[in-house]
Design a protein around this ligand. Structure first.
Ligand code: SF4
Ligand code: FES
Length: 154
């Protein structure tokens, strides 16, 4: 993995391509589908495995992996630099969903500190993969407006 730190969960799988390895953590994927839209020849849920990095040049694979807003996807180039963090760090509240961050992140998790460059953090409180969003928000029909209203009445 690149020096943003290794996800400690065993839910991370590696997919080898030509000059690039893609790492995927299913527990952090919230199905924004940026990857599928960006490079359908590589990210295709109808094929097995669903990630086939050999179907595109390494730099193109890396470019689309960087679009993943949750940090479920990472890459390592055989002959290239690790992913550079965004500067300044960018933070966005997704309507009815997590807070996404892009930058030089040091995230406290139950397994210790995780260094990363992208992450989607739970703000509904329902996740079973603290502190990351695991889509429980969507399953529960959680609405961020309710949280905003509660703050207004404090
Ligand atoms: S872009 Fe990231 S979060 Fe979205 S579907 Fe692909 S791997 Fe999952
Ligand atoms: S915001 Fe998605 S699980 Fe909490």
């Amino acid at each position: 993995m690149a020096d943003q730190g290794e996800p400690s969960q065993s839910s991370v799988h590696a997919y080898r391509g030509d000059g690039v390895t893609v790492f995927y953590d299913i527990r952090r994927c919230t199905h924004f589908a940026e990857c599928v839209r960006g490079l359908p020849a590589v990210f295709d849920v109808k094929q097995r495995p669903w990630i086939q990095p050999r179907n595109a040049p390494a730099d193109r694979v890396a470019e689309v992996v960087r679009r993943c807003p949750t940090g479920a996807l990472h890459y390592e180039l055989d002959d290239g630099p690790p992913e550079a963090p965004d500067r300044p760090t960018r933070i966005r509240a997704v309507p009815d969903g997590p807070v996404t961050l892009r930058g030089q992140l040091a995230i406290e998790t139950p397994d210790g500190e995780l260094r990363d460059v992208r992450a989607a953090l739970c703000r509904c409180g329902l996740t079973e993969n603290q502190p990351f969003c695991d889509q429980q928000c969507k399953r529960a029909g959680w609405k961020s407006q309710q949280a905003d209203d509660a703050l207004d009445h404090e």
